[in-house]
Structures are given as structure tokens and as C-alpha cells.
Design a protein around this ligand. Sequence first.
Ligand SMILES: [Zn+2]
Length: 181
Amino acid sequence: MRRMFRRQIRKTLAQEVPPILQEANFAFDKGEYGRAAEIYERIAQIADARGGPRAPIFYLQAGRSRVYAGQVVLGMPSLRRGLELFVQRGQLQKLHNMGSRVVMELTERGLTREATEIESMLKSSVPSMTVMETSSAHAKKPILPTHCPSCGAPLRPDEVEWLDNATAECGFCGSPVCEEN
Ligand SMILES: [Zn+2]
């Protein structure tokens, strides 16, 4: 009964996901990073102008897409803006989690200068990194599907908002995502 109920919720919410977001996630998934970036940038700017809660994650995904597309110069302003919004909103845990991932991804691609820039931005914004939870604290979290069933966004257990022990909220579309079993 419970599972059916959940499935119903998911179905209803899926209709509210903007097609433009699904399009961006689909392009990203197919490896069309330049195209994905253009759409994410548009979504991010609209969300930002509205003061929308998801603006930072859209900027970060736009920046990440540009970096994946090899357009690092175009990606850096989005990465900076996304992290800046976390600072302005006092979301330091998110800043720490997502900022660390950005640094890691830039480093992996040999973009040392860019990685250092983001790292110093994080250090100046987060007073003490030691008070932040490390990702190992999330080790016991249930396994999520790799993609949001509603909008198709990539999901990471350390980047989603957990609603309860088995349900997380997709940061891109706000739909509840249940543990995979
Ligand atoms: Zn979603």
C-alpha cells in the first residue's frame, strides 16, 4: 500500500517538472555538455532573479557542464555564483559539500589554478572546516537511484536533502526520491 501511494505522489509531481529541466538533464546524461550548459544557465538565471532556492544547484550544474565541455572560462562564473549564493544564504554545509566536489572535479581535470581559486573562496567563507560534517557521516544513508525519476537529474547522496531515513528530495525539481531496493 505504502509503495503504491509513493508511486502516485511521484507521478503527480512529475507533471510539474518543467520540460526545460528534463531537457537539460537529458542532454547532460547524453554527454551533450555544451547544450546542457546553455539550458542550465538559463534556468539558473531565472531562478536567481526570483530568489529561488534551487538557483545555486542550477549554477553549479551549468558550470560543471561547461567544464565537462572543455569550456572552463565560461564555466567559472557559474561555479562562483552558485557557491556565492550558498554563502549569502548561510547554507554553509551545502557550500562545503558541493564546493569540495567542485574542487575535486577541477583538480581531476588538471585545472589547478581554478581549483585553487574555488578552494580559497571556500576557506574564506567557511570559518572552520572542522565543524563541517564529512561525507563519511552520510555513509549509512540508503542507496538512491543514480537519477531522479521525475526530472532525470543526477543524484548524489551527500548533496540531497533527506526528508526521512528512506526519502530524499531532488535538489533540481523538489520531487521526493525513495530508496532503491
Ligand atoms: Zn528531480
